[in-house]
Ligand binder design. Structure first.
Ligand code: BMA
Length: 380
């Protein structure tokens, strides 16, 4: 008996130590910054604050539907005033408009959308009451290649003291100019959910997991927010942190820049929505994000998803809606956004006559899902 006890004591000691270590690590990740009640930019404009509180409140009962580049083009059309594949199939514009500012130094973004036109479309969507979200597939700042060029350890070179820091600041200056040029009809700045350095847990973009350390990533994020707010006086942004697929809180938070730097807890997941078998993986993500949102006092969101060219006729109700409505936690996300309708072989929302169009209408009619024409006032 005694011999056994003597053997067990060190084993118990090791277990307690490991558990303590894991718990501390989690707490440390969450504590990078104090939890705040409002947006992480304490000087956020009144409309930006209103958007933050309204999205947080609305998420308890509704899920907004979003689409990338919705007003700029669709399958087989480009830049036609008023058009939207989502509107043509559902009867309403989406509630969330995703836009993209990669190639911010140019006249057009990386997908050839004119920045001048984008500003008009952003204003149009905002004036109708929609939410604006902006991602940033910026070119590799060291090699000049595109966002998928992972050579050059770019993050390390754009941090303070790095060889390309000044150049990166110039890019941020352009981002600031763009954000500050977005104005509503009363001259107010249009609030934007800014979603830089997304899918950071993958390694396909130059800011990805294998291309920089956690500390470097966190420093880049913190510098970006501090520079935009304190140096450039940009106060119309909510900051969205978006990982790729994840299966635990620890993995999700590994590069979390802190509560003072994030408003929206997002994730991009295209992978688990392509088969019915992976429902439990999506549901697990939705559970984790809702639970974290509650504890960290942040807005949980499904920042990107989609099934390319939607070959499954009932994908909207059979896959997406079913998972979102699985239980009281899964339905806590503020929005779900599908990617762009670029071509017949690269689109994520239906267009008139597309195989899933009828089911998309059913999805739109669900009481949990909100399109633009059902939105309450979000900016007051
Ligand atoms: C990707 C694809 C690319 C596009 C990029 C940025 O998912 O749609 O064609 O350039 O997003 O919008």
């Amino acid at each position: 008996m005694k011999v056994k006890t003597i053997r067990i004591i060190p084993i118990l000691f090791v277990i307690v130590f490991i558990l303590g270590f894991c718990q501390n690590k989690g707490q440390e990740q969450m504590k990078r910054g104090l939890a705040t009640g409002g947006p992480c930019d304490s000087l956020a404009t009144a409309e930006t604050k209103a958007l933050y509180y309204n999205l947080k409140e609305l998420a308890k009962t509704e899920v907004l539907f979003g689409h990338q580049d919705d007003l700029a083009y669709g399958v087989k059309w480009w830049d036609e005033p008023g058009r939207s594949d989502v509107k043509e199939t559902s009867g309403s514009y989406p509630a969330v408009y995703g836009w993209e500012i990669g190639n911010i130094a140019g006249e057009r973004n990386l997908d050839s959308v004119s920045f001048a036109k984008m500003k008009e479309w952003i204003r149009e969507g905002y004036e109708r009451g929609g939410v604006i979200s902006i991602s940033w597939h910026e070119h590799n700042p060291v090699t000049g290649g595109n966002a998928w060029d992972t050579s050059g350890r770019a993050v390390s070179h754009i941090l303070q003291g790095g060889s390309h820091h000044e150049q990166w600041k110039q890019k941020l200056d352009l981002v600031a100019d763009f954000m500050l040029s977005l104005k509503g009809s009363h001259g107010e700045l249009i609030p934007v959910v800014f979603r830089p350095y997304h899918e950071l847990t993958g390694s396909w973009f130059w800011w990805g997991k294998d291309l920089c350390t956690s500390d470097e990533f966190i420093e880049l994020w913190q510098f970006t927010k501090d520079y935009l707010t304190s140096v450039k006086n940009v106060h119309n942004l909510l900051y969205a942190y978006s990982t790729d697929v994840f299966d635990s809180e620890e993995y999700y938070l590994e590069r979390y820049p802190g509560n003072k730097y994030v408003d929206v807890l997002g994730f991009d997941d295209y992978r688990t929505v392509s088969s019915l078998e992976s429902a439990d993986k999506t549901i697990n993500e939705l559970h984790l994000i809702a639970d974290l949102g509650e504890r960290l006092n942040k807005i949980p969101a499904w920042t990107e998803t989609g099934l390319v060219s939607i070959p499954v006729a009932d994908w909207w109700t059979g896959t997406i809606l079913k998972r979102i409505k699985n239980d009281s936690l899964t339905r806590q996300i503020a929005w779900v956004l599908v990617w762009r309708n670029a071509r017949p072989d690269h689109h994520y929302a239906p267009y008139a006559g597309q195989k899933s169009a009828a089911d998309f209408k059913k999805f739109r009619d669900d009481e949990r899902i909100l399109f633009e024409d059902e939105l309450p006032e979000l900016y007051k």
